[in-house]
Design a protein around this ligand. Structure first.
Ligand code: NDP
Ligand SMILES: N[C@@H](CC=O)C(=O)O
Ligand code: NA
Length: 431
């Protein structure tokens, strides 16, 4: 019988942030230790867990003896640092310390990757270590890896999808159960979907960070957070939800990144989606992302976009990959940043508008309203009139036109004598 190969030494893991995601990562690292060791080729050893308050009870999965308040000392002894604190600092400094010390990094921190990705990539490249962030975009759904690796031989032209679980949960609860915005938001927080400051979710910043990351990977160039047009859902009212339902549509917060001959546009905003579109069937905190690529054609990715356990699955997948590189060799992909498409402003994006307004109930009003659209070269596809007590309700849906022309049309409608009030303007997407 041949000699049994001596087992490789353990890969030392430091975890920063035992919160909703972090505590699930620790639970799975412990419960699945045998399988993970077999997949990596070496055991994984948690050498410490950094928390602000080491005396706080963090449940049965976080052994107290592993807790430390000295993050720098912990990072210095690790082969792999798993950052699940969130926020920019101290996460950025600790990740840079980890990389400088030769550790690979796994993070779920989209805010950090979107704002400081280039700095982190360059540091990881210089130190010849891995930087993985699958959980940063669309939680459990494998999306970063497919875009970064599986589609590396193709040309992605469009990404469209729901990438924020909290806002999808809120809009879904408002639509299907008639819940108030505030109640739905509170539930999303209790379920562990929301960011520490839920403003990041409801104002679209979390989705914008994910859109910047996806666009950078898809188009092989740096797309900064500031390049992403961003509108959240805090202005969406129960009336908008009801009006959408009456026209067999639902409201979703979408992230859209497009490459055309003129350049690239990246945007996040609420949009009306037909009830027949697959995105309308994405409920709760689920996410769904459509990718169009020149050779692959259309692809669809669907799954849980938030929550401790699903997100931990994506983190574990990254840990296995980077730990395997540490144990038996190899290296993950570097930043691909060679293209130079112009990043265009929102004004250049092609979209459709649905304009809901109250108008004077008298002859000639419809013609006056139509003339405003015509002046800006915006075609009207559907007109729907709803009788009212003092004013008539009018909903106009346009054909696709550049955002700048649609916006100019609405500005002129607001100033028109025929229009008592523009009640809401929503884009229509997904057709
Ligand atoms: N929750 C989710 O569904 C998803 C989250 N993510 C990302 O995962 C990361 C973690 O999220 P989540 O687990 O929900 O967040 P939590 O707020 O539940 O957990 C964060 C943890 O980090 C600790 N922490 C925060 N700030 C500091 C600091 N300045 N110094 C030391 N420790 C700190 C917290 O400590 P304390 O306990 O003392 O407050 C807590 O243990 C974030 O980047 C988030 O964007 C990604 C996908 C989905
Ligand atoms: N707050 C985020 C968590 C995952 O990224 C969301 O709601 O999607
Ligand atoms: Na993911």
């Amino acid at each position: 019988m041949g000699a049994v190969p001596s087992p490789l030494p353990p890969v030392k893991i430091a975890l920063l942030g035992p919160g909703t995601v972090g505590s699930e990562v620790v639970r799975l690292l412990t419960q699945e230790a045998e399988d993970l060791a077999a997949r990596v080729g070496a055991p994984l050893e948690i050498v410490g867990i950094h928390a602000r308050d080491t005396s706080k009870d963090r449940g049965p999965h976080i052994p107290r003896e592993l807790l430390t308040s000295d993050a720098s000392a912990l990072v210095a002894q690790a082969d792999v640092v798993v950052e699940l604190m969130g926020g920019i600092e101290p996460a950025r400094t600790l990740i840079l310390e980890a990389i400088a010390g030769g550790a690979s990094v796994v993070t779920a921190n989209k805010a950090l990757v979107a704002a400081h990705g280039p700095e982190l990539y360059e540091a990881a490249d210089a130190a010849n270590v891995d930087l993985y962030f699958e959980a940063a975009v669309a939680g459990a759904i494998p999306l970063v890896r497919p875009v970064r690796e599986s589609l590396a031989g193709d040309h992605i032209t469009r990404i469209l999808g729901i990438v924020n679980g909290t806002t999808n949960y809120i809009l879904d609860e408002m639509t299907r159960r008639g819940l108030d915005y505030d109640v739905a938001l509170r539930q999303a927080q209790e379920l562990g979907y929301a960011e520490a400051d839920p403003t990041a979710d409801v104002e679209g910043h979390d989705a914008a960070a994910k859109a910047a990351i996806l666009a950078s990977l898809a188009f092989h160039q740096r797309v900064a957070l500031a390049d992403v047009y961003c509108e959240g859902i805090s202005a969406i009212t129960a009336d908008d939800v009801i009006a959408a339902r009456e026209t067999r549509q639902v409201i979703k917060l979408l992230a859209i990144a497009e490459r055309t001959e003129g350049g690239v546009t990246v945007r996040v905003h609420p949009a009306l989606v037909s009830e027949d579109h697959p995105l309308a069937g994405v409920h709760g905190a689920f996410n769904a992302v459509f990718i169009e690529a020149e050779s692959a054609g259309g692809l669809m990715f669907y799954g849980q976009g938030a929550g401790g356990t699903p997100t931990a699955s994506a983190v574990l997948g990254d840990i296995v990959s980077v730990a395997r590189h540490k144990a038996i060799g190899g290296k993950g992909p570097r930043e691909s940043n060679y293209a130079a498409h112009e990043v265009l402003p929102m004004d250049a994006a092609l979209t459709r508008y649905s304009v809901r307004m109250a108008v004077e109930d008298r002859p000639g009003v419809l013609a006056a309203v139509a003339a405003v659209f015509q002046k800006h070269d915006v075609g009207i596809e559907i007109v729907r009139q709803v009788p009212g007590q003092t004013h008539a309700g009018l909903i106009l849906s346009t054909y696709a036109a550049p955002e700048r022309d649609l916006r100019a049309t609405v500005e002129e409608l607001r100033a028109s004598d025929a229009v008592a009030e523009v009640k809401s303007v929503l884009r229509i997407e997904g057709e």
